[in-house]
Design a binder for this molecule. Sequence first.
Ligand code: ATP
Ligand code: MG
Length: 187
Amino acid sequence: MSQPHTEKPYEKPQGERRGLVIINTGNGKGKTTAALGLLVRAQGRGLRTRLLQFIKHESANFGEHRSLKALNIPFAGLGDGFSWTSKDLDHSKELAQMGWKEAREAILSGDYDLLVLDEVTYPINWGWIDVQEVLETLKARPHMLHVVLTGRNAPQELVEYADTVTEMTPIKHAFDAGIPAQKGIEH
Ligand code: ATP
Ligand code: MG
């Protein structure tokens, strides 16, 4: 049974504040949009943020990119836009590996307080980026750096290490009823 809203849901935490590893995974909609929400929240608090997108092309100019520009939140598209159907998989793989090098440098640089690695689970699951190297890099991150990772089928090693993991569960999706992607909702 659900608790009445008046009850305090949590004990007062006793731990120290530190940077978190946050994973948004699962097959439902909302993984990337929730990560964008964190970027907006963090930027509003003066945190140094950056979005690195492993599938999106560098020229992507969706609604979120337009808003991020207006909010001065830096972002980079590191992929070729359509890796899963890409005719040139070697090129996609090379882009993902170059993207990971950039992400790794950003994580270790000390220049950021919150980094989002959007859709990073895909190149990891395809074997293009070594999951152990991702794990070691996250472990070596600056004490106060938050890192958000998104994408379906988050690797178990990362789920175990992360602090906050949310699985988006689809109950319905408009695509299933034949409704196409819409501006401002999907892109
Ligand atoms: P969003 O970017 O909307 O937060 P997401 O990051 O959770 O979505 P992805 O797996 O990255 O989801 O897929 C991105 C695109 O696929 C979005 O256009 C989204 O609406 C769509 N999508 C997400 N979940 C589903 C689903 N369960 N069925 C069909 N399409 C989906
Ligand atoms: Mg996504």
